[in-house]
Ligand binder design. Structure first.
Ligand SMILES: Nc1ncnc2c1ncn2[C@@H]1O[C@H](COP(=O)(O)OP(=O)(O)O)[C@@H](O)[C@H]1O
Ligand SMILES: [Mg+2]
Length: 274
């Protein structure tokens, strides 16, 4: 068992939508403080539903979600939304103010920060996502590229200084360079000790990034463990996924070593036929 404290824990969590759809059934797992967790599963597995449960936007039908030692409920709803930042899959569900600056200031102002404090937090978080304040602050978000809007959405969440961040399909619809830049932002947050949770069906991303893997299929937990979980053909198939074709050496790269070509796992088609 890890000696590090647990940041997130789900205990026998189930969730049913009002129309009766059982989206999650009896899910139990935990993520250590400062961990990098991937929730992986095919379409309809329950990833987005699970993401919404993690910051109290949705309440479980049964079971409990614990964040930094606090069981989520009505009494700590506001706290949960500040502590657990949620980045939706589509930035257009998140970015709605007339200008980038107003959008990023919205969260901090809502938390009760003064205008000057909110502005300072907004500047800092825009820089963290690699965007220039002077050229971006007054621009209407709907005139930005998809990748820029995604970064603005993340900056808006970062401005609230969350200790846990949940990102739903963060690299979906991003070109490879934009996806790489986004992962750099996540690496930096990880170094700062922010606990990260990504929902994705991108197995290469999961294999090269996660230290905790949660496999879901049809609302059920298939497995929860370390990244080696993704190399178990039985578990991956049970989750309705395929094994990663390659694992990008992101960790080594960030440690200052030379950029190398992606490392093939032993399960690529090329290996089998050669
Ligand atoms: N608002 C909703 N009302 C009813 N069922 C929903 C709703 N949103 C999602 N679902 C259903 O819940 C299940 C899990 O969906 P979702 O969490 O979006 O999965 P994923 O993000 O892994 O694709 C699916 O069967 C989906 O059809
Ligand atoms: Mg989803």
């Amino acid at each position: 068992m890890s000696r590090l404290p647990v940041a997130l824990a789900l205990d026998q969590v189930s969730f049913r939508y009002p129309d009766g759809t059982a989206a999650l059934s009896d899910i139990t797992f935990s993520v250590r403080s400062g961990g990098r967790a991937v929730i992986a599963g095919p379409n309809g597995a329950g990833k987005s539903t699970l993401a919404l449960l993690l910051n109290g936007l949705t309440r479980p039908s049964s079971g409990q979600v614990t964040v930094l030692g606090e069981v989520l409920g009505r009494h700590n709803e506001r706290w949960a939304r500040q502590v657990v930042g949620m980045v939706f899959q589509d930035p257009d569900d998140q970015v709605f103010s007339p200008t980038v600056a107003e959008d990023i200031c919205f969260g901090p102002l809502n938390l009760g920060l003064s205008a000057a404090e909110a502005l300072s937090a907004a500047r800092e978080s825009l820089a963290k996502v690699g965007l220039d304040w002077d050229s971006m602050a007054d621009r209407p978000p709907d005139r930005l590229s998809y990748g820029q809007r995604k970064r603005v959405a993340i900056a808006g969440v970062l401005a609230m200084k969350p200790r846990v961040m949940v990102l739903d399909e963060p690299t979906a619809n991003l070109d490879p360079l934009a996806a790489e830049a986004l992962l750099d932002v996540l690496d930096e947050l990880s170094r700062e000790g922010v606990t990260l949770v990504i929902a994705t069906h991108d197995m290469e991303l999961a294999a090269s990034w996660a230290d905790t893997v949660v496999l879901l299929n049809r609302g059920r937990l298939v497995a929860a463990g370390g990244p080696e979980t993704l190399l178990s053909p039985g578990l991956v198939a049970a989750a309705g996924l395929r094994p990663p074709r390659w694992i990008a050496p992101r960790q080594a790269e960030k440690g200052g070593q030379a950029r190398t070509r992606p490392t093939c796992t032993s399960r690529t088609r090329r290996t089998r036929t050669s």
